[in-house]
Design a protein around this ligand. Sequence first.
Ligand SMILES: CC(C)(COP(=O)(O)OP(=O)(O)OC[C@H]1O[C@@H](n2cnc3c(N)ncnc32)[C@H](O)[C@@H]1OP(=O)(O)O)[C@@H](O)C(=O)NCCC(=O)NCCS
Length: 174
Amino acid sequence: MPFQGPDRVADPPTLEAIYHLRAAVWRETGDIAQAAFADGRWSDEHDPASLHWVMRDGAGELVAAARLSVHERLADVPEADEYAAAGLELAGRIASPARVVVAAAARRHGLAWQLLDAQDAAASKAGCAFAVRQSSPAMSRLLRRRGWQDAGLARPDERFPGVRFEVMVLELGR
Ligand SMILES: CC(C)(COP(=O)(O)OP(=O)(O)OC[C@H]1O[C@@H](n2cnc3c(N)ncnc32)[C@H](O)[C@@H]1OP(=O)(O)O)[C@@H](O)C(=O)NCCC(=O)NCCS
């Protein structure tokens, strides 16, 4: 199946479609709480200032997405308390790659891997010393193959009672 992307996007209609895709993908996994993303979208205050990528299928349907935000200090990263709780102390500019979702019908074609490539390249280009994220088990498998290190289990997230997220760290800029 041919896929297009990853393409950088910033237009409001596509961002809105991404927020809906995030909620739909997670809802379909069955791993989220009934009350989570009740309005059918997942967005937060970091989305407007973040970089976003999408991938589309051969019919042009949005099937995958990812974002990246860049921060001067670890304390400024979204959900910084998770990284503090994990005992991380990282100097330098910090990348926060997040929100990778791939629709079920498009999985296992390497789309997540391509989105991770886009996030890592943008983080390096932005001069980040490290990248941090909280990853689901399926994502952690990919990350370990890409040189990410485990920093322990994240604290439970009530929106995702079925998922044991792990804190992961990648050293960039060497
Ligand atoms: C986790 C997730 C993003 C992975 O997306 P994906 O596009 O299927 O990922 P990839 O295709 O790059 O890799 C998935 C697997 O397919 C394999 N694969 C990749 N291309 C393949 C191909 N052409 N043929 C066969 N297998 C392939 C990969 O090696 C990987 O194997 P693994 O499960 O043993 O690690 C997706 O399952 C998802 O959105 N899940 C729900 C939300 C979620 O967990 N998001 C991550 C939050 S941190």
